[in-house]
Design a protein around this ligand. Sequence first.
Ligand SMILES: [Ca+2]
Ligand SMILES: [Ca+2]
Ligand SMILES: [Ca+2]
Length: 141
Amino acid sequence: MTRHLVGGLNIHAKDDESIGKDEFLNIPNLEIDKFLNDSGQVVTIVDGKFRWGGECRLEAKIFAQVISGGVISVFGDILLFEGTSESTSDLDGRKSVKFEVPRTTTSNPSPTKFFVQVDNTDEGGDYGQFNFTLRNLITEE
Ligand SMILES: [Ca+2]
Ligand SMILES: [Ca+2]
Ligand SMILES: [Ca+2]
């Protein structure tokens, strides 16, 4: 049976500035809409680089896979770079993502929400916040 993973991702991030105003990145709704078979196929649901503030970049690689009982496992990594430009290779923070999206049914209609924050653990107060809202639907034959 094929599952349909559908919903969105909201990204909010801060570039902390010691002089002047902090700079923010806001991506209100990055659409996620993927079909997954139940043979364990791994599908990429987010693969993006998000640059802002002149010296910050978030890189997100997130995958999904159907596990037993039609549950969808979502997993991946988010990296935070901060340096002399938005293309810097100075990796200052990293966070793993792992959560499950149970089947969305009439008795369980609410979407699964998951929040993760990656902080600049090397210097400053930069961060990236990711808010997932996902439904795990059955596909009509
Ligand atoms: Ca800064
Ligand atoms: Ca800046
Ligand atoms: Ca840095």
